[in-house]
Design a protein around this ligand. Sequence first.
Ligand code: ADP
Ligand code: ZN
Length: 583
Amino acid sequence: MKTNGKVKLALVLALSIIVVISIGFHRNRSFKYKEISYKQFLKRVEMNLVEEIRLDGSDKLKGKFKDGEMFTTDNPRKEDFKEFLLLNDIKVVEDGGKGLLNQVLSFLLMLTAIGGVSYIIRNSSKQAEKEMTKMSDVDAATLTEGRVTFADVAGNEEAKESLKELVDFIKDPEKYLNYGARLPRGVLLYGPPGTGKTLLAKALANEANVPFYAVSGSDFVQVYAGLGASRIRGLFKKAKEKGKSVIFIDEIDALGKKRRGANSPSGSEEGDRTLNALLTEMSGFKGNEGIIVLAATNRIDTLDEALLRPGRFDRQIEVGLPDVKARFKILKIHSRNKPLSEDVDLKKVALETVYFSGAKLESLMNESAMIAAKTKAEKITMDHINKAYFKVLVGEEKKDRTGISLEDKKITAYHEAGHALVAKRVSDSIRVTKVSIIPSTKGMGGFSLNIPTDKMYQTKKDIIANIMIALGGRAAEEIVFGKDCITTGASSDLQKATKMVLAMIGSYGMDDQLGLLNYDVILNSNLNNDISLINRARDILEKYYHNTIELLEKNRVYLNMIADKLIVKESLEEEELEEILAK
Ligand code: ADP
Ligand code: ZN
């Protein structure tokens, strides 16, 4: 018995070592190596920043920048690649044969490891759990780099306000518990890449003065069976040991994708297991630990609903692209330590960088500095910034000098002004909290409505109001630019309007002509070739569209004022809109 146990222990240990080694072989995305795209790599070569490349026949190249940073990128496997490197004065280290050997070896190791891990899982779970937790420790690194505060994040005022509340909660959870408050556990930050989600999470940890654990959802995919779930458990265990902390899960969509039916190919069993582990850990909080889990995604619509339920990521905060004012602030933040020449007008730069994310603005200033350094100029000039501008835009679809043409800006401004104005004119109880021509995750431009939710039922009047608001964008385009110049920008509006009309007359019996019939029932029966519903819906939509046009024509002065202001400011807050409407 005793010897048997020892043998087992030894076996487990040996296998664990193999697992660790083989992971070492396979981890291209290890801490030391920054992963960059091949295109970025070529750009760095062109900028003469690469010192050394290691060629070993594997899928990934490893190399070193002149500043000492290590990176990895895709191996193009081109025949004259080595010559290309040498011609660019880059040192080439080859271990071709060894590379092949490495591959074979690591393949064998992998096979053993996979077998080993499943053996471990099946047989001696306790010991295995210990070993796995050990491994997961490696992933949960505490952040020690420069202290980021909320002052380092420009724009996104609402997001910052929301997170500032949490600072107090992390510092003193007992205070809230004493009042019987249910404490937040998970907060989801969503919005386009490079808008400062990671930055906000770091700032939260820093301002609350607690450790910051960052992982990425993509680290959990394609790992060996059971390891993803175990890593999650290890991460939370470690965070709990430290007491208070902020856990940040970037790209949460990678592990929390919508589960589409049991036999869908996308729903991997392994991903589900990892996701379940996360949900279990989050439900396991008592709430007084002072641990907050932040997650980030670019695509909230693809997330599994289970993640968004109460007690999980039930607070959702949008982090959007900056408007001109925020862009100016971001540019200022990222020129703090840079010598700018007198001729640099950051306000002008902000005006010309519509649709730029914070990350892109940061890289604009950084490129400018590099160009200035390369030419040994005394200071960074407008000329450098202009050159950098095109460099930052390299590889993106050809755009106008300003990122967006004035014409597009004008169309979007009138479109959004149309929505907002109709909303304010069709009902007294609807609040428009923001109008903006900066695209949001939800669509083209954006406007936020606050529809009173203290009602149990929607009346026919409410639905009509909403239909007209949805049509307001297209109607404004038609009035201002003419029938032949209407754009494709209204497609999601029309989708919404169509859905509402169909529901109104087909489900809720709110049309005199079609009466009280419920068409959902009819369409599901075998009497479903009745097109009267569609015809009728089209007529009704037409009628409300006409009403919307009339309404906007009557309010044309206001439409122009709102649109003009939008063109200059890109986004208007509620008060600014009210001010215009009060004129
Ligand atoms: P995300 O997590 O949303 O993809 P990050 O937080 O990683 O974006 O942003 C990348 C970098 O871009 C930041 O480190 C910062 O330099 C810059 N940046 C992005 N958004 C902002 C912002 N709102 N204010 C200041 N800098 C920003
Ligand atoms: Zn619209």
